[in-house]
Structure formats: C-alpha cells, structure tokens
Write a protein that binds this ligand. Structure first.
Ligand code: ADP
Ligand code: ASP
Ligand code: MG
Length: 425
C-alpha cells in the first residue's frame, strides 16, 4: 500500500462541480487501496479576489491581518472537498495548516516552513480517512499567529507534508498536463516534458514558470521527494521531477541541451543615475535595498563616463517590492549621492534553461540571433551555469518566448498543448 500526497490547485477546485469531480478522483485512489493525503488550494481566483478586497480597505494592509484573511480561502475549499468525498462513502477529514502541524517562521506573506509535525494527519490516515489539508498556510511557534507561505504556496505545503510523512510520491494536480517546454498559454506548440531534474525545474520555477512554486522544488530536492506534475482534468501521465541520476523505469531522463523557456512579467527595473564611481557606493546602495527587505534579481553597472567619474546602476526586483525599494533609496539619496532614480515596471524577463548548455557552445549566440531576427531589443542579460536570462519590453515578451522556443527546435509536432481551465491570473 502506497502513501500518496495529492495537491489540487485553485483551477481544479474552481466551483462546486469541479470539487465533486476532484472528490471522485480522490475516492478512486483511496478505493484502489492507497493511503491518501490531499492538499488543496483556494477555489479559482479566491486569493486574488481577497487581495483586491483588502486593498479596498487600505493600500497597505497589515501583513498579519492579510494572512488571516487569505488563509480563509483554503479553509473553504478544504471543508467543501471533505464533504464531497464523504458523500461518496469515503471517510474524509479536513485540517487547517495549524492542525496539520505546519510550523513556520513569522515572516507574514512569505513565511518559511521550519518544521512539520503531522501527528493528526497520521492519525486520520491510520484510522482509514482521507486527510485534507489547507495549503499555503502555517502557524508560528512563537506567537501562534497564522502565516502564509507566499503565492503558489500550496505546492510547498504538499511537498513538505510528503517529506514529513515519507510519502511515496507527491502528485501536483493542475490545469495543464505537466511541465512543458514553455507556458502552454503563450506557446500552444509547447511540448510536455516527461522527466526533468530538480536543478532544471528549480531554474524554471525561479524564472517564472509558476506551474511549481520555487520553494516547493527546493524542498523536494532537499528531501528527495519525487514530484509528479499532472492534470486533474485528464488521466494522462504528467512530468516527473526527480534527481538527474536516479533510474526511473519507463521515464528516461531527457537529455536535450535546452529544457525549456520560462518568462516572468512580475519584475520591475530600477536605474540609479549618476552614481559616484568610487569604492563603496554599490555596497551602500544594495545595503539600503536589502534593508528594506527586498530581494534583487539582475544587476548591471554601466561603464562610467571618464570625464564625469559617474556611472548608472540598474537592477531588477519583484514589482510588488518596487515602492519599498524606491522609498528606501530616495531616503538615502543625500548620503549615497546619486543624481536621480528611474522606475520601470513595463519589463519582461525571458529565461532559457538547460543543463546541457554547460557543455555546448553557441547557445547565447543562437538566443540573441533569435531575438534580433524577431526585432526584439535586449535590455539586460544575466547567466548561471544552466540558464541565460534577458530583459525585454513587457509587450514584446510573448513574441520573444515564441521566437526563442522555435529557434531551439522545441515546438512539438503532435498537436497543441491543452490548457484545461484556470484564468491564468
Ligand atoms: P494551480 O492553480 O493548479 O496551482 P498555477 O496557475 O499555479 O496552477 O500553475 C499552472 C499554470 O502554470 C499553467 O496553467 C500555465 O499557464 C503556467 N505555466 C507557466 N509555465 C509553465 C510550464 N513551463 N509548463 C506548464 N505550465 C506552465
Ligand atoms: N491560494 C494561494 C495562491 O493563490 C496558494 C496556492 O494556490 O498555492 O497563491
Ligand atoms: Mg500554483
């Protein structure tokens, strides 16, 4: 008998009929003899709707209250799903993150899991029930306050529970058939990847492929949890995310140079103009930004103009953190001594990911040629061992992704990638 953790995303439980459909699927897995623990997201776009509501109260809601509000979404879906499963004659009990033993630090809005003590879940499963756990939420040890794990956090709840329970597999059910070579909403000819390494999936997730949350992939790699990403709307086998060296029967690791193309529309660019080109200024700028709790992504410093001894520094950051970073830098403008600051949230980021690029020359040349042929200007570039990222204008991003996907021969010959549901929000 296997222990399976299944996670159903918002689009899989968007309305009453969807919840009933998912309940049938869970009941079937249970009747087949497996022990089943389910992690569920809020229905459809509930989380976004709750955020919109909060913003009507105040533009900057207190983060503690925000977390209490948002965790309500998952509590609605977990109890409805338990009712639907029970109505099929299968025992089911739902649990909040706190009841499930998901312990986090106290950083509201993006808390990290520090421990999982799933005693009540184990009890429920041993008693023959399906345990349903509210995704995306936990509780702090110090204050007992409710926390959330950041957008897409139910993926992380699922993998963390799978690790703590020693589950055989963590199945992530979503609205597409697996991880594709690009977002099927943008590239209909994207190909489903049968098997991908944790490392490549980490870069894909970090570069905006929101099919899996970054933190969930980090967790899966650390605890060696095999993750199966698949659709709740079809019976197709999806994508297995595992260690590159592990032998998995029937799922050979694909070894192409390029795994896929990811895109990210959620970043903004800050350019600090006329920075004195002397030691210590960059350090000061990034201290100030870090002090405002903001994580940077790409950084570019221009060659300084010899006659002025001044230079420009640009960096990208999550657009959601734009106001905080801009305010902190403006406050320190006199002591840093820069001329002015430009803020631009109409950028897009494209990333090409593939473990094979380590040992294959010419990947960057092919990428830049594809973008230039499509008439797309590159504003910033950054690389890792297995990734090349470029910043473009936001309104050219989709076209850029399609051009690069084609240039690297990633288009599938057999039919179009299906998007079964969801608003893509
Ligand atoms: P869920 O509600 O199930 O958590 P998400 O919206 O978080 O679903 O993630 C699924 C979506 O991820 C897909 O609908 C797709 O638009 C998007 N996506 C982005 N990049 C990829 C990719 N490379 N492969 C598959 N889906 C992707
Ligand atoms: N409901 C949360 C969100 O929309 C968590 C999740 O779906 O994973 O981000
Ligand atoms: Mg998600």
């Amino acid at each position: 008998m296997a222990l399976i953790v299944q996670k159903y995303g918002g689009s899989s439980v968007a309305d009453a009929d969807s919840i009933k459909r998912v309940a049938k699927r869970i009941a079937e897995a249970k009747r087949a003899g497996d022990s089943v623990v389910v992690v569920v997201s809020a229905m459809g776009d509930t989380t976004d709707e709750l955020i919109d509501l909060a913003q009507q109260m105040t533009p900057l809601p207190p983060s503690r209250e925000m977390d209490i509000l948002l965790t309500a979404g998952e509590r609605i879906s977990m109890s409805l799903l338990a009712m639907a499963i029970s109505s099929l004659g299968v025992d089911a009990q739902s649990f909040t993150g706190q009841q499930a033993g998901v312990i986090t630090d106290s950083v509201h809005g993006r808390a990290r899991i520090i421990d999982v003590t799933p005693g009540r879940i184990q009890q429920a499963v041993e008693g023959g029930a399906v345990a349903i756990v509210a995704g995306f939420q936990g509780v702090t040890q110090s204050t007992n306050d409710v926390t959330t794990l950041g957008r897409g956090g139910s993926d992380t709840t699922a993998v963390a529970l799978a690790a703590a329970l020693g589950a055989d597999v963590c199945e992530i059910y979503t609205d597409v058939d697996g991880v594709f070579t690009a977002d099927p909403r943008i590239v209909p000819t994207a190909r489903k990847i049968d098997r991908i390494s944790y490392d490549e999936m980490l870069e894909m997730a970090a570069s905006g492929a929101k099919v899996l949350m970054l933190r969930c992939v980090e967790y899966a790699r650390r605890y060696a949890v095999p993750v199966h990403v698949r659709s709740s709307f079809s019976a197709h086998t999806g994508t297995l995310v595992t260690d590159a060296t592990e032998e998995v029967e029937g799922a050979p690791m694909e070894q192409p140079i390029i795994a896929g193309v990811a895109h990210d529309r959620s970043e903004a660019k800050i350019t600090i103009v006329d920075v004195p080109d002397v030691p210590g200024k960059a350090a000061r700028i990034f201290e100030v930004v870090a002090g405002s709790g903001v994580n940077l992504d790409m950084i570019v410093q221009n060659v300084s103009v010899a006659s002025t001894g001044r230079t420009d520094i640009s960096f990208t950051l999550p657009a959601a953190d734009g106001a905080a970073a801009t305010a902190a830098l403006t406050e320190h403008q006199p002591d840093i001594g820069f001329g002015s600051l430009q803020y631009d949230d109409t950028i897009g980021k494209l990333s090409l990911i593939g473990a094979g690029m380590k040992s294959h020359p010419g990947v960057s040349a092919r990428l830049f040629a594809a973008l230039s042929d499509a008439g797309i200007n590159i504003e910033m570039i950054s690389t890792s061992e297995i990734r090349i990222s470029v910043v473009t204008r936001a309104d050219q991003l989709d076209e850029a992704v399609r051009a690069v996907h084609t240039a690297f021969d990633l288009d599938s010959a057999d039919g179009q990638a299906v998007v079964y549901g969801g608003s893509g929000r």
